[in-house]
Design a protein around this ligand. Structure first.
Ligand SMILES: [Zn+2]
Length: 252
């Protein structure tokens, strides 16, 4: 492994997302290479700072409502139980209630898991954005030319993200980098709009439930959309309306 290969994996390794042979290879490289070891240590320090200084985040009311709605929607199965007093009917009613309880538990578990996945994704996207900002590692390839950024990203991923510059509309392409999101390498397009930096994570649409179109995490807006065969997730301190307008352009 050389420094170039190592640098693409250091962030994921610092997050404990690289194991097996790749983990062993990068561990060996970090042992031998002072530059990469420094990068790795900076990331670990930064992560510790983010953990220590950023407040923990509470489950919102929307999750509670979603669970209550899920439970409500399974109720008719229980209401439909026979009213006549009949021993065998009671036995089957008991079985039906048991089934309903299982369905409720399953629905609740699925709602919680979907919510967690999306919540984690929004938080992960914001953490990655903050890490790039604080670590002053905004781009791996600095260029406003889509014909430079796109091939650079395509050469390092198993898909080719659409890359466009929107400088004429105020959203100037600054460059791109590779991040890890949702346990996969992802193309990150970096744009500047006035004084605001925007990170746009572009990947093929995932199979699991998709995040809400708009969320706010620690004051950052997270806008999600699907379009042009890609999943777009933008993070910025730019206001939600303008960020959403930008994501609409991207996904066209
Ligand atoms: Zn190195």
């Amino acid at each position: 492994m050389n420094c170039h290969e190592a640098s693409a994996m250091i962030a994921a390794y610092a997050d404990g997302e690289v194991d097996g042979l790749r983990g062993h290879t990068i561990r060996r490289h970090l042992h031998l290479c002072r530059d990469c070891a420094t990068k790795h240590r900076d990331l670990v320090d930064l992560r510790a700072r983010i953990r220590a200084e950023v407040p923990r985040f509470k489950a919102p009311a929307a999750l509670r409502e979603r669970i209550l709605a899920s439970v409500e929607s399974t109720r008719p199965a229980v209401k439909a139980m026979p009213a006549r007093v009949d021993r065998w009917r009671w036995v089957s009613a008991g079985a039906l209630a048991g089934c309903a309880a299982t369905v409720v538990a399953w629905v609740v578990a699925t709602a919680v898991l979907d919510w967690r996945t999306n919540e984690d994704l929004a938080v992960e996207a914001v953490t990655t954005h903050v890490r790039a900002t604080l670590g002053n590692h905004r781009v791996d390839v600095a260029s406003s030319d889509q014909h430079t950024v796109k091939p650079w990203l395509s050469a390092r991923l198993d898909y080719s993200p659409p890359v466009r510059d929107f400088a004429s509309e105020g959203f100037a392409l600054v460059g791109g980098r590779i991040d890890y999101l949702d346990h996969h390498p992802v193309a990150t397009l970096v744009y500047r709009y006035r004084d605001h930096m925007i990170d746009v994570f572009v990947r093929p649409p995932p199979t699991h439930a998709l995040p809400a179109p708009l969320r706010t995490v620690r004051g950052f807006n997270v806008v999600h959309a699907v379009g042009s065969g890609m999943d777009w997730l933008a993070v910025s301190d730019l206001n939600a309306a303008e960020l959403s307008r930008f994501v609409d352009k991207l996904k066209e």
